[in-house]
Design a protein around this ligand. Structure first.
Ligand code: ADP
Ligand code: ZN
Ligand code: ZN
Length: 702
């Protein structure tokens, strides 16, 4: 039956396969076909809808079907392990013949007998009825009862006591949105509302409605370990079991979360990207929080977008999907314009806090104190003196992104990449952020042996050091991937912030991910320039989202916030729009630019990547690929080929990287070309020496 796992011979090995279809005849000669050795499941591991979603996704992303199916299965099931089962008890043949009042002298045993006379019971249910394992042993030794293993049965959500706490009374703007939702069929909603405008409360109440109908909710969020608060809010609102699915789980934990979603016992499933493929017994709603976040796109292997797959899934299941964010992606805004999504706005903040005041700080010609202008420092002093907290955003880890010799200009580069090594001060070393190559800090310049080595630019470590020197009496908390690697590290930082005492937070975009920092009243963006002038056409969009998100952390309590953005281009019209707190206008402007340049979301693009130890080989393959594609569909205004060209980071981890971009007005045409191209690549001789990949709707062009 489609969706079941089977064991099949593969060469000399036996491998686990998944039945995707059943056919009574085949184009292959019968003696070339092999028989299935063993069926591993008694029921499909993928429902019909989920299987068809996976088939669609493999097709859409031009990925091998096996890879797509594997992404959706916990490792244990991929390896052929049985579905988790439970011990159940029932009367034996002998036990069934006993009269009802047998065993009168042993009341517990009599109770057990009576329980099983009413029907089979799981081990847990028997224990919950107050019967000990000793009683079970006695009766089973007497041959009156017997146990058996059974995969988890479908569970009905208990709707009698769903809420653990009273829901908040909705504000009129929230109530209006909930009223507008049609939760009984497929609709895609884009819920736009600034940070703190009450989106999560809307999700919670929509979910309560779904749970009450005995259906399940799937919630996708960018990163769980960094946002423990979000998870906590769901847990403190609902009594029902919540399955949490993310990359940090052990195989066993993942399997148990997976099966609680599949058998319906988990009313809510919260997870990161890959959770979009979690089976649900009774799907009721899908919610994607921070829909603009780049982490929903997988960047290697099966390169799917969990957001887009989720919309497809909701459509197949005929359930609503809600995409929430303060800074909608251009794709989602475009989908609203096209009438595919319905655009809902949440305005104002429930706490009554007012809009932050923005200030662009022109740092041209200024004397900076390791990156900080005097204006910024004074503003920080004032905020701290009032007992407030300050957040400094700096999108680079480490101490300094460049080490240079002052005497001859030599720069420490990575051996394997076209990239500079970043100096890390804790446990001093130089590290490449692209291939993770590490080396000791040389005592002198490798070219002229001078000792005048300088560190250029700002990383979070340096920001931390500078801030500690500026504000010796105030705790400085650094938050980046290096400090949050350890479990619980983020919870500790959040606890410290929630204590409300003055402190300075310095960190990377992790700080922009859905945190609630009510006492932060000043946000400093140290350098907004890199996002404005990047070869990646999505960089500006990301900058706008990031700055708006970080700014959204300011002034969530009673005090209004202030946002200071340091830039060498403070007159840039896009920055000006952001500074007016007008992400919608900013996005509108970017959309107009994308339309003019014929880029997504107005067109559909696919990126063909090639990597090889020689740049020539990678380039040659893509040249050939382009010629091949042009043979299928010649270049024309509605289908363009850009490249091949070298990737912005041409050499990474000893390999040279080239790209070919295919841009099509019509998705169908693009698919047609890609379908043929992937077959061609799979059989092409040059392609064997080159690592190649297809990326549909690419997010990261580096
Ligand atoms: P968002 O998800 O948009 O960032 P939240 O739902 O987290 O916003 O709401 C921000 C804050 O406002 C939270 O502390 C929340 O408890 C509070 N809040 C939300 N809705 C209401 C409401 N209707 N009444 C009172 N407080 C609310
Ligand atoms: Zn030198
Ligand atoms: Zn490197």
């Amino acid at each position: 039956m489609p969706g079941m796992r089977v064991e099949v011979p593969f060469g000399r090995r036996k491998v686990v396969g998944i039945v995707v279809a059943q056919q009574s005849d085949s184009a292959f000669p019968v003696d070339k076909l092999k028989a299935i050795d063993r069926i591993l499941d008694s029921e499909p591991v993928f429902s019909k809808n989920l299987l068809s979603l996976l088939l669609w996704a493999a097709n859409y992303y031009h990925a091998p079907l096996g890879e797509a199916l594997a992404t959706a299965l916990p490792t244990a099931l991929r390896r052929g392990k049985p579905l988790p089962s439970e011990k159940w008890w029932r009367l034996s043949h002998h036990g069934k013949g006993l009269p009802e009042d047998a065993l009168k002298r042993a009341p517990r045993q009599a109770q057990l007998l009576k329980l099983l006379q009413q029907g089979e019971r799981s081990h847990r249910q028997v224990l919950d009825a107050g019967i000990s394992t000793a009683n079970l042993r006695v009766l089973s030794e007497k041959g009156l009862i017997e146990s058996y293993q059974q995969t988890a049965k479908a569970v009905v959500i208990d709707t009698t006591n769903l809420l653990r706490e009273e829901p908040l009374t909705l504000l009129p703007s929230q109530a209006k949105i909930l009223d507008a939702l049609d939760l009984n069929s497929y609709h895609a909603y884009l819920l736009e509302g600034e940070t703190g405008s009450g989106k999560t409360e809307v999700y919670l109440q929509a979910i309560a409605h779904i749970l009450n109908e005995g259906r399940q909710a799937l919630v996708l969020i960018p990163e769980i370990s960094l946002t423990p608060q979000t998870l906590q809010r769901f847990k403190s609102r609902f009594n029902c079991p919540i399955a949490v699915i993310h990359s940090g789980l052990s195989d066993g934990e993942r399997l148990s979360a997976w099966s609680s979603a599949a058998n319906g016992s988990a009313g809510i499933v919260i997870g990161t990207r890959s959770a979009v493929f979690t089976p649900l017994l009774k799907p009721g709603i899908i919610i994607i929080d921070e829909e603009h976040d780049g982490s929903f796109k997988q960047q290697d292997g099966f390169r799917y977008s969990a957001r887009d797959v989720a919309v497809m899934r909701a459509n197949r299941e005929q359930i609503p999907i809600m995409l929430g964010t303060a800074t909608p992606s251009l794709e989602s805004l475009y989908n609203c314009q096209q009438g595919r999504y319905q655009h809902l706005h949440l305005t104002g903040r429930p706490g009554g806090a007012s809009q932050p005041e923005w200030q662009l700080v022109d740092i041209r010609k200024l004397n900076l104190n390791t990156g900080f202008s005097q204006t910024t420092i004074v503003a920080m002093e004032q905020a701290l003196a009032r007992g407030h907290q300050v957040l400094v955003f700096l999108n680079r880890r480490g101490f300094a992104p460049t080490m240079m010799c002052h005497d001859c200009g030599w720069i420490a580069n990575c051996k394997h990449c076209d990239a500079r090594l970043t100096f890390h001060q804790s446990n001093p070393h130089l590290r490449c952020h692209h291939c993770d190559y590490r080396q000791a800090v040389p005592p002198t310049c490798s070219q002229c042996h001078s000792e005048q080595l300088q560190y250029l630019g700002q990383g979070t470590e340096r920001g931390e050091a500078t801030l500690e020197a500026l504000f010796p009496d105030i705790p400085v908390l650094r938050v980046d991937r290096d400090t949050t690697r350890r479990k619980q590290a983020m919870s500790k930082v959040i606890a410290e912030i929630n204590s409300g005492k003055p402190c300075v937070l310095v960190g990377t975009q992790i700080l922009a991910k859905g945190h609630h920092f009510p006492n932060v009243t000043l946000v400093v963006v140290l350098d907004a320039d890199s996002g404005l002038f990047s070869p990646d056409f999505r960089a500006t969009e990301r900058l706008g989202q990031l700055v708006t998100q970080v700014a959204g952390r300011a002034g969530r309590g009673e005090t209004p916030g202030r946002v200071m953005i340091q830039s060498h281009h403070s007159e840039h019209p896009l920055l000006a729009l952001l500074a007016e707190d007008q992400y919608p206008k900013f996005a509108e402007q970017l959309l107009a630019e994308r339309r003019l340049s014929g880029m997504p979301p107005y067109t559909n693009v696919a990126l063909v990547r090639a990597e090889a130890t020689s740049g020539h080989e990678a380039n040659a393959l893509l040249e050939e690929a382009r010629k091949y594609c042009q043979g299928i569909v010649a270049s024309r205004p509605s289908l363009r080929y850009l490249g091949p060209y070298s990737a912005p980071l041409e050499r990474r981890n000893k390999r040279f990287r080239y790209q070919l971009l295919i841009i099509a007005e019509e998705r169908k045409l693009l698919h047609h070309v890609l379908g043929q191209l992937s077959l061609w690549l799979e059989t092409n001789k040059t392609a064997r020496k080159v690592r190649w990949s297809l990326d549909i709707d690419p997010q990261d062009m580096s």
